[in-house]
Design a protein around this ligand. Structure first.
Ligand SMILES: [Zn+2]
Length: 471
């Protein structure tokens, strides 16, 4: 910082000299320009110092919409508004009102378009790493296995500061995003003991399930009993309050909770049986209520993990209902968390999901495109047609399983509003893929002032550490 000031002062002096050598009007305007630019620099520096002094938070709640790119947020906002009887576009999601926003660069160290393992490592642990790896640096092998030193997880860093930790997801708890809170794995597929290769086991590597059993986080909730052995499940039941239904969760009063609500992932919100599985908002409420009792504060990660899965199947309806469920969980956090809480909402990566054509204002977001009639200036009564003479939906995917083909039957309202409808794609693939463009990060509360501009994804971890004073 000191050297930077010398350079800046030198630069200012030489710029001033240059000013003196120019004739009157040019001189005046040039000097004004230089003065204003040097003021800009020092003002920014003052603001930076100020931030570090004031942005102290006691708690952090980090929401991750898995695969919730900006197009998903826009479509979910409209979907949510239309479900409340509005035209939709004017609706606001809870985090639309957060005062600080940044764009996040999501690439993995070896991949232009990333996966959730590498991105979750960046978000929670502060290291960009290779695609498919969890809390293992790109130049390391078997990090965290046996006696090999490990990147400190957000759980470990939070515990060192005396804070409680909660991990909540709708996927299997051993899936990449939640696993990055507590586990190390060279391969995200090492979910169960059976999936860890012999050589890795010999090096002391453990399955993600085993690492979850050994995790000291206070609250862990999600799905995925199928990845645990009988022994591992017995250990969980013996050592913690164990919940496998919504009622079990509601009966939990205090202590440490382990909840596994399903064999694999929990249900999509659209298919959830509310008598059996809690919603993401209900899990968030339980977690905050319990974590709040620690006077030193807490860190809670909440993942809406199945937005991603619905997108992979090009089913926009389930992606948007799960994004809507995330929004409900954010509302709970805003209501329950104290002012000393930094709340962040982001996505780990995007999807090749687009919102296109020229639909009229208020056109059903899952529907076929009707545009403004250019002759009357009023909404057209007819659907727009593509060059194949057939209507098309506003929402679509660049790639995936439901290729638009010329001999297909024409789309109708009935077809596209079916909850199982898979939006059309341009490139035929078995599964739709992630997208590589930046995602958004929204922040509210102390420390959120550091969220601005275009940021590398691993800086999110720095924002958490700085806000909480973690090492
Ligand atoms: Zn995915």
């Amino acid at each position: 910082m000191h050297n930077l000031n010398i350079i800046r002062n030198k630069t200012e002096r030489s710029r001033l000299l240059a000013c003196l050598m120019v004739f009157a009007i040019t001189l005046l305007s040039a000097c004004i320009e230089i003065q204003s630019s040097s003021h800009g620099t020092s003002k920014n520096n003052t603001a930076d110092t100020h931030k570090q002094e004031t942005g102290q938070a006691k708690n952090v709640i980090l929401f991750i919409g898995d695969g919730m790119g900006v197009s998903t947020i826009t479509a979910a906002r409209i979907f949510d508004g239309q479900s409340k009887g509005m035209e939709g576009e004017e609706n606001s999601l809870a985090f639309d009102n957060f005062e600080n926003v940044a764009l996040i660069k999501t690439y993995n160290t070896n991949a232009q378009v990333p996966d959730s393992a590498g991105t979750a490592t960046a978000i929670m642990s502060g290291y960009k790493t290779n695609i498919g790896t969890i809390n293992v640096r790109p130049d390391q092998k078997y990090e965290g296995c046996g006696s090999i030193p490990a990147i400190k997880t957000l759980t470990d860093r939070s515990h060192l500061a005396g804070k409680s930790v909660g991990i909540v997801t709708t996927t299997r708890i051993t899936h990449a995003t939640p696993a990055a809170m507590f586990a190390h794995a060279d391969n995200r597929n090492w979910e169960s003991d059976n999936e860890v290769p012999k050589e890795a086991k010999e090096a002391g590597c453990k399955s993600i399930a085993q690492q979850m059993v050994e995790s000291e986080a206070e609250i862990i909730m999600g799905g995925g009993t199928s990845k645990f052995s009988e022994n591992q499940l017995s250990t969980l039941k013996a050592n913690y309050t164990y919940a496998e239904s919504k009622d079990d969760m509601k009966n939990f009063k205090d202590g440490k909770l382990r909840a596994l609500f399903s064999k694999s992932h929990m249900s999509f919100e659209a298919d959830r049986d509310p008598a059996k599985q809690p919603s993401l908002a209900e899990m968030t409420e339980t977690a905050i209520r319990n974590l709040k009792s620690n006077q030193e504060g807490y860190v809670l990660m909440v993942e809406a993990g199945r937005i991603d899965h619905a997108h992979h199947g090009t089913n926009a309806f389930r992606a948007l209902t799960d994004a809507q469920a995330l929004n409900e969980a954010v509302k709970v956090a805003i209501d329950m968390a104290s002012e000393e809480t930094l709340i962040m909402v982001t996505a780990d990566h995007s999807h090749v999901f687009t919102m296109a054509g020229y639909p009229v204002r208020g056109n059903p977001i899952l529907g076929l495109v009707k545009s403004i009639d250019q002759t009357t200036g009023l909404p057209s009564n007819n659907y727009e047609k593509a060059l194949d003479g057939k209507p098309y939906t506003t929402l679509g995917y660049h790639n995936g399983p439901n290729l638009r083909a010329t001999n297909d039957e024409s789309l109708t309202d009935e077809i596209v509003h079916d909850r199982n409808y898979q939006q059309q794609t341009a490139v035929p693939m078995g599964y739709e893929t992630h997208g590589g463009e930046d995602v958004a990060l929204f922040g509210h509360g102390p420390g959120s002032e550091n969220i601005r501009g275009v940021m590398e994804q691993n800086k999110i971890s720095d924002i958490i550490d700085l806000a909480l004073g973690l090492n």
